[in-house]
Design a protein around this ligand. Structure first.
Ligand code: C2E
Ligand code: MG
Ligand code: MG
Ligand code: MG
Length: 285
């Protein structure tokens, strides 16, 4: 009876696997179309100074509204794009859209930087720096306004080329941020030798503020460590004022999170910026 039940379960697993595989294939083919037709959207989430509330920049986050499935999260479609060879086209499209949006905000008098996420695979492409240079030139922006967010695992996978690419980008004047810092294969020696100028504390730590003792210790000491190394420290996942206040006390340079705003479509972001600027001005009057 046991063997029989196992058979049945195995069979069910097979079916489930097939169904997952079929959905995955369908998603990949739909994603290919979406990238080609440029129907992926870019949302923007503000990055702010936790003391003054001044907005320093925004992070660009890709969004995919699937015609049948609805919203598919980037944690699902970015890996698909990587495996299907679509990540270069996707990144290039997000980068160009984000740079153009940033150029618009700056023309409107908002002195903001723009952060774009780079997939691990992008860092082993020696042509990446020239592509980024071209995109900046087309948007009419200086390299100083661009922040590239990279993950530690990315850097680990092909250290030689990645390091060269990162060094070229830094020499160009582009900022490099170590995203999701503290997760993955964190290595302090990498932090000391990689040409990054910013670390972005993973939200899993920030979300533990202001009560969880381990989160308190990790966040406070990481801010201090980052500053000792001369790095800008950003905390993502700020959802409450209690977390914001602690981060401000500990002199975290930049914060980002639902407390201020969720990622917004371009038009919504501009409206948020104006309303927020008015609110900040009213408080400081
Ligand atoms: P990430 O770069 O670490 O981005 C931060 C994620 O945290 C975003 O999720 C954002 O919406 C979410 N977040 C922001 N504030 C809060 C908060 O206060 N609380 C909570 N719980 N979450 C918050 P999202 O947009 O779903 O993106 C997930 C990941 O997908 C990103 O993580 C990034 O690794 C990747 N991703 C998104 N867009 C792109 C892209 O254009 N290219 C690449 N390569 N990766 C992307
Ligand atoms: Mg990021
Ligand atoms: Mg992150
Ligand atoms: Mg992340």
């Amino acid at each position: 009876a046991v063997a029989k039940r196992d058979d049945v379960e195995l069979h069910l697993y097979d079916l489930a696997d097939d169904a997952r595989g079929a959905r995955r294939l369908q998603l990949v083919s739909d994603l290919r179309l979406a990238v080609a037709a440029a129907t992926l959207e870019v949302f923007y989430q503000p990055k702010l100074d936790p003391r003054t509330g001044r907005v320093t920049g925004a992070e660009a986050l890709a969004r995919w509204q699937h015609p049948a499935e609805g919203f598919v999260p980037p944690d699902e479609f970015i890996p698909l794009a990587e495996h299907a060879g679509l990540i270069r086209a996707l990144t290039s499209s997000v980068l160009r859209t984000a740079l153009n949006a940033c150029a618009g905000w700056r023309a409107d008098g908002h002195d903001l930087t723009i952060a774009v996420n780079l997939s691990p695979r992008m860092l082993v492409d020696e042509h990446l720096p020239e592509q980024i240079e071209a995109a900046l030139f087309e948007a009419g922006l200086p390299p100083e306004v661009l922040v590239l967010e990279i993950t530690e695992s990315a850097v680990m996978s092909d250290v030689q080329i990645a390091r060269r690419v990162l060094e070229t980008l830094r020499l160009m004047g582009v900022s490099l941020s170590l995203d999701d810092y503290g997760t993955g294969h964190s290595s302090l020696s990498y932090l000391a030798t990689l040409p990054v100028n910013e670390i972005k504390l993973d939200k899993s730590f920030t979300l533990g503020l202001p009560y969880e003792p381990a989160a308190l210790a990790i966040v406070r000491s990481t801010i201090a460590l980052g500053h000792e190394l001369g790095l800008t420290v950003v905390a993502e996942g700020v959802e409450e004022d209690g977390a914001r206040a602690l981060l401000a006390d500990w002199e975290c340079d930049v914060v980002q999170g639902y407390y201020y705003s969720r990622p917004l479509p371009a038009s919504g972001f501009l409206a948020w910026l104006d309303a927020h600027a008015d609110a900040v001005a009213a408080i400081s009057r």
